[in-house]
Design a protein around this ligand. Sequence first.
Ligand code: FE2
Length: 199
Amino acid sequence: MSFTLPPLPYAYDALQPYMSKETLEYHHDKHHQAYVTAGNNLLKDSGLEGKTLEEIVKESYGKNAGLFNNAGQHYNHSHFWPWLKPNGGGAAPGVVEKAIVDAFGSFEKFKEDFVQAGVTQFGSGWAWLVVKDGKLAVAKTPNGENPLVHGAVPVLGVDVWEHSYYIDYRNRRPDYLKAFLDHLVNWEYVEELYTKATA
Ligand SMILES: [Fe+2]
């Protein structure tokens, strides 16, 4: 396989005012494209050319740092775009909400834990809602790493690299994370991934 940049599933200005056209132009067209281009160059002669993206991420972890970083970021961003939608955020669909309450005690507690994971991820990285051992949990990873390499399946993730929020929020990462949960999350996509991960 080779990596290709998926188109944004909405217009560049569709997430305003919570994520600007300028942020999406840079983040999708420049940053994600750069991971795709570098990933394709590093995939050549890596021995992993015939594998799926998930397999490449898992099998390059700890062995081929350059390929892992770019393939990981390609995986993360390919899910990040559909994890966002205009007029998103707020309540989760019933099946996901029930699983969240079972795991965290309340939806509010999940939100607190998720924001806390994003705020405390030192430097660049991601905060996640994952399915591990059949149960939901919050996690965080540095740089391009993701929960796949820790035996978990990500069902929601938020990019906390500065390129994801600095144009719109400057240094206010907590405000970006709050806007993500309140106005941007595409819970239908989370439900789809959760259903697949727990089938
Ligand atoms: Fe990013």
